[in-house]
Design a protein around this ligand. Sequence first.
Ligand SMILES: [Zn+2]
Ligand SMILES: [Zn+2]
Length: 306
Amino acid sequence: MRGLIPADLASRAAVLSLAANVVLMVVKITAGLITDSVAVLSDGIDSATDVIASGIVYASVRIGAMPADPRHPYGHGRIETLAASAQALLIASGGVFILFSSVRRLLDPPADIGTSLGLTVMLVAALVNLGVAQYARSVAKMTGSPAIAADARHLVTNIVQAGAVFAGLGLVALTDEVIFDALLAFALGLYLLWTAANILWSAAGDVMDAGLTPDEVEQIEAAIRIEGDAIAGFHDLRTRRSGQSRHIDFHLDLPPSMTMAEAHLITDRIEARLRATWPASVVTIHTEPDDSNASAHGYGSSRTMP
Ligand SMILES: [Zn+2]
Ligand SMILES: [Zn+2]
């Protein structure tokens, strides 16, 4: 049911992010050790947490693509939501760390900050992150992968982080006031916490089985209504997301005289239509004769006529 292409795309994006972070970590730590710069070295340690984060994303995308089994009859897609939450926690811990160190620097400003090698390495890292983030974002959009979406946001925080360091050092150089470095770091810490909260919020939406967007629901209803007079109506449409897949189920009212074969033909047509829009969608249709009483069952929503 799950299209092979989206899963492949997602794991390719995860591998790219992982590889980029490993290279950046090695370059930063090597540069830090050669120059004995604590700033560059700690930036390398920061990259090490990025490696852990993208490793988690890669594992979750691979596990999420595994076919359903008796223990997980609905598949393994939800592990991506778990991975997104882990990303959020890593970003949040980075935010808390930066907040604390910025307050420390506000209270006790250092005499001198920044090394040119550190800035060069950061600039290169920001450019690499920009490219990978752009790719991850488009893949997240195409596949609907929550883990890749979280990874893309994490990569963007790395770029903003580099931008904040540059802006801070630039302001310090212009004004000779070292306080700007700490102020920007403080703002950066708040931004990281905000991003982490956003990722956690959408992960919570997945866990709480939030429905698809009104736009998507409209698209689904249109795909059912195309059947026109062949169907009598539908009701109790429910939607939710699990990993990269969209789950759609509803009751379809059909003329009582219709044969099982005819009814199945119609449901197969609707399923094919929905899967053409979302290859990773799981569609379940309950058919019933039109003369049944819709209010006697279901989830309280009223009958929808085509
Ligand atoms: Zn029904
Ligand atoms: Zn069937």
